[in-house]
Design a protein around this ligand. Structure first.
Ligand SMILES: O=C(O)c1cc(C(=O)O)oc(=O)c1
Length: 295
């Protein structure tokens, strides 16, 4: 890991020397949620961003991939780059067939632009509802984007917080593609898995078999910190109930983490606690991401 200079970033820089995981990932494992930031000199951050990250480019991302034992990456456009997808597209292109991307686009996206991103490895768009990250986008704008991208077989990644779910649920049910929820919709883990809020999320997945969830970011959700015991039950519940509709990722370089900087090797070891059987691990880490991104 190269030592990355902390450039006026308003939060912690990613871990410089993550451990080698104890958990040996299955062959072909996919880090299905990660980002690239710049480097800013080549790919400037968006003026409308709500945070300024450190540089965390494709070279570091792919070194981490190899260090942890992953084979492939799905690179999700980070809000600090707004709708300028160049850093993510460049990283996808550099990895050949070993990376796929999720873009952030506007309603004015053209078929030619979608096709060009598809050829680089992009397979979906991200709709972000987290107010500390983005300004609101009218739902009819998101729906017009959804109708444009569905013809390319793309899907939609959504990022919202648990308190938003009741309000946006009708909108989610209108989406005409596979929908992948980032970080389980950010449950408040102090409430318990039986709380109506988490049960509402479970019901959403039960009632809509096109809705998947990433069982990711225990570091964001935990109120106890590493090794994130208070998040295990939430991820394990979703893996056990919907083993063919879950994805996992590091969330490297961990934007906006202030409480601590997660050790990516510790995050990988967390997987065996939420997906305890070999079969669950194979589905979570290989079969599901391959079906969604490389089919
Ligand atoms: O919780 C966050 O701050 C966060 C931010 C971003 C992003 O800026 O794209 O992505 C994530 O997956 C999580």
């Amino acid at each position: 890991m190269t030592e990355v200079q902390k450039m006026d970033a308003d939060w912690l820089v990613f871990h410089p020397a993550p451990k080698v995981p104890d958990f040996k990932l299955p062959k072909g494992a996919v880090d299905a949620h990660c980002h690239v930031f710049g480097p800013a000199a080549e790919f400037p951050f968006a003026p409308e961003r709500k945070y300024t990250p450190c540089d965390a480019g494709k070279a570091e991302l792919y070194a981490l991939r190899d260090h942890l034992g992953f084979e492939r990456n799905v690179i999700v456009q980070a809000t600090c780059h707004g709708k300028d997808n160049r850093a993510m597209v460049d990283a996808c292109r550099s990895a050949g067939d070993l990376a796929r991307g999720i873009a952030s686009v506007g309603a004015d996206i053209t078929e030619a632009e979608i096709r060009e991103m598809h050829e680089a490895g992009v397979r979906g768009v991200r709709f972000n509802f987290v107010k500390r990250l983005v300004d609101d986008t009218p739902k009819d704008v998101f729906l017009s984007i959804a109708n444009k991208i569905k013809d390319f077989g793309w899907h939609i990644v959504v990022y919202f917080e648990a308190q938003d779910l009741e309000e946006i649920e009708p909108f989610l049910k209108q989406l005409p593609t596979t929908v992948v929820v980032d970080h389980m919709g950010r449950p408040d883990v102090s409430k318990g898995v039986d709380h109506p809020d988490f049960q509402r999320f479970i019901r959403l997945m039960e009632e809509n078999d096109n809705i998947w969830s990433k069982v990711t970011c225990p570091d964001r959700l935990s109120q106890q910190g590493p090794p994130y015991d208070d998040v295990v039950a939430y991820c394990a519940e979703i893996v056990a109930r919907f083993p063919d509709r879950v994805l996992w990722g590091t969330d490297w370089p961990h934007p906006n983490m202030k409480s601590h900087i997660p050790d990516d090797g510790v995050l990988v070891d967390f997987i065996t606690r939420i997906a305890p059987t070999k079969e669950q691990q194979q589905q979570l880490l290989v079969d599901n991401p391959m079906r969604l991104y490389w089919a």
